[in-house]
Write a protein that binds this ligand. Sequence first.
Ligand SMILES: [Zn+2]
Length: 65
Amino acid sequence: MTQNLNKPHGKALDTIVESSRIACDGGISGHPKVYYDLNDDGEAWCFYCSKHFILKDSKADKNRS
Ligand SMILES: [Zn+2]
């Protein structure tokens, strides 16, 4: 799992992942650890912290710009 924070006019909270099943625990602010399956476009949003996960090279990733 890697963070992509380089795009100045992208969405800074987008998190690029390389697996279609991801876990989020909210990082520093924290919330119960939850698992998500990415949707058909290769993306998912955390129910707790609204973090946006995008599967690398997925349809959602290619639509980001
Ligand atoms: Zn979260």
